[in-house]
Design a protein around this ligand. Structure first.
Ligand SMILES: Cc1cc2nc3c(=O)[nH]c(=O)nc-3n(C[C@H](O)[C@H](O)[C@H](O)COP(=O)(O)OP(=O)(O)OC[C@H]3O[C@@H](n4cnc5c(N)ncnc54)[C@H](O)[C@@H]3O)c2cc1C
Length: 442
């Protein structure tokens, strides 16, 4: 395999996963990353505030127990899960702006699957008995059909056709849809949503656990995986934007500001918003390119607010109802950053029209109403990821990893058709590309 050298363009979860899988099988890899750090949309950023430097994640990420390939990748890289991730049994605790608990659900970890979820639905607070029965009936029906849907339709339409009341949708399904698909319920793909439900609520009961980073995200994911790749002889080149990609002999030329480099195979592991320029020179990929160019995107905003160190919320993770902010995470209980709260707003909405100062002030006011012990934050920072994920709709074309151009592969969350834009989708897509290359060589 001396003449095989795979270039991976992009050092997000997909690119790192492809590189780790290839290098493990003894295939030479060079990963090009345009930025000064790895991790892509799952990374830690350095923020300067009043002469102080803070390390903040570009967004609060939640992994699921069902993220089997991500967890396997971390294990391979020598990461001990319990040191970097806090595992919480599935739970939702939602408060109104008047500090009233409007919905609360907790999985019963003492019961085997699927009874742990059924018990959680049956005993949840905030829904009438008939609503709880409607939710359980739907879960039962989905399980009997192995979560399969013959024709995709918007999730809102599906749920109403399944006798899920407006309140049940608002309390249970909508927060789950926003957290999983980052797409409004009215247009979200039911098929993709059901895939996530299936992986989370069937099999081992730990599949529905939430896993929350205890360290900053780059330390949890990108850094250990990069160390693993490098320890096995893989090359990682930071600050190396690939300017162009073109066919050459039976391989490809990659152009960076340093010049041209030849590779036998290429994995393009970019966000769909960035692939156009690199695919343009390949006439065979015109259709794929047209599909990718049809994508629209959804934002995720994270508003960090630092309060005095003695501030602690009753829960690590609290849902908010009737407010601009949707979820608040107590970073003190997660990563020891005492007094630091992270408020998440998924998908598009009126918050996008607010100047960041105004948004931060509004969120601080909302939090103070819900948690009266909070005073004025000492500092705040809004991180707006405007193209956080592709909009996961019913009509979304999803390209395959193997392209019509021999030797050229596409990785990235958007290429793992079963899943929405997630770390797990990205990791699986990278693995699939690597396996296609490996199988093609043997
Ligand atoms: C705020 C936020 C919150 C999220 N929350 C969750 C969550 O809770 N759970 C979850 O599972 N997922 C979550 N996601 C989604 C998840 O982060 C992404 O799906 C995943 O990280 C995508 O990985 P990727 O490798 O496909 O793409 P990317 O992460 O976009 O990686 C692409 C990489 O390519 C690099 N690049 C771009 N152009 C070039 C070039 N020309 N040459 C070289 N390199 C280039 C980029 O710098 C980047 O590092 C969230 C995303 C955001 C933004």
């Amino acid at each position: 395999m001396n003449n095989i050298h795979v270039a991976i363009i992009g050092g997000g979860c997909a690119g790192l996963s492809a590189a780790a899988t290839l290098i493990e099988r003894g295939i030479q890899v060079t990963l090009f990353e345009s930025s000064s750090q790895l991790g892509g949309r799952a990374r830690t950023v350095v923020v300067e505030n009043n002469d102080q430097v803070h390390l903040l994640d570009n967004g609060q990420h939640i992994l699921l127990g069902a993220y089997r390939e991500t967890l396997a990748l971390l294990k391979k890289a020598g990461v001990e899960e319990r040191k970097v991730l806090k595992r919480l049994p599935l739970q939702m605790h939602i408060l109104t702006a008047q500090a009233r608990t409007i919905f609360s659900l907790k999985s019963a970890h003492f019961l085997p699957a699927p009874f742990h979820t059924l018990f959680a639905l049956l005993t949840c607070k905030g829904l009438s008995l008939s609503e709880r029965i409607a939710a359980i009936t739907l879960m039962h029906r989905l399980k009997s059909s192995t979560f399969h849907l013959s024709k995709d339709l918007p999730l809102w339409q599906f749920l109403t056709s399944q006798q899920q009341s407006e309140r049940l949708i608002e309390m249970l399904w909508e927060p789950l849809c926003l957290a999983a698909l980052n797409t409004p319920l009215e247009i979200a793909s039911t098929r993709v949503f059901l895939n996530v439900l299936k992986d989370s609520f069937t099999g081992n009961k730990s599949n529905s656990d939430f896993l929350l980073p205890k360290l900053d995200l780059s330390q949890v994911l990108a850094q250990p995986v990069a160390q693993y790749i490098q320890a096995k002889g893989g090359i990682i080149r930071l600050n190396k934007r690939v300017r162009s990609l073109s066919p050459a002999n039976s391989g490809f030329n990659i152009e960076t500001r340093e010049g041209q480099h030849y590779f036998s195979h290429v994995v393009v592991a970019l966000s769909p918003a960035r692939v156009d320029k690199l695919l343009e020179p390949f006439p065979k990929l015109r259709n794929v390119l047209t599909h990718i160019q049809s994508y629209s995107y959804q934002p995720i905003y994270t508003i960090y607010l630092q309060y005095p160190r003695d501030i602690q919320l009753p829960q690590v993770m609290t849902g908010l109802n009737g407010t601009v902010g949707q979820w608040v995470f107590d970073k003190g209980q997660l990563s020891g950053e005492k007094g630091l709260l992270a408020v998440i707003i998924s998908a598009s909405g009126k918050h996008q029209r607010m100047p960041q100062e105004e948004l931060a002030l509004r969120i601080a006011q909302e939090l103070q109403q819900v948690f009266p012990q909070l005073t004025k934050p000492l500092w705040h920072k809004v991180i707006a990821e405007k193209r956080a994920t592709f909009t996961c709709t019913t009509s979304q074309p999803r390209p395959t990893n193997k392209t019509a151009q021999p030797g050229l592969y596409l990785a990235g969350d958007y290429t793992y058709a079963d899943y929405p834009a997630t770390i797990e989708g990205a990791v699986r897509s990278g693995q699939q590309c690597a396996n296609l290359i490996i199988n093609n060589l043997s």
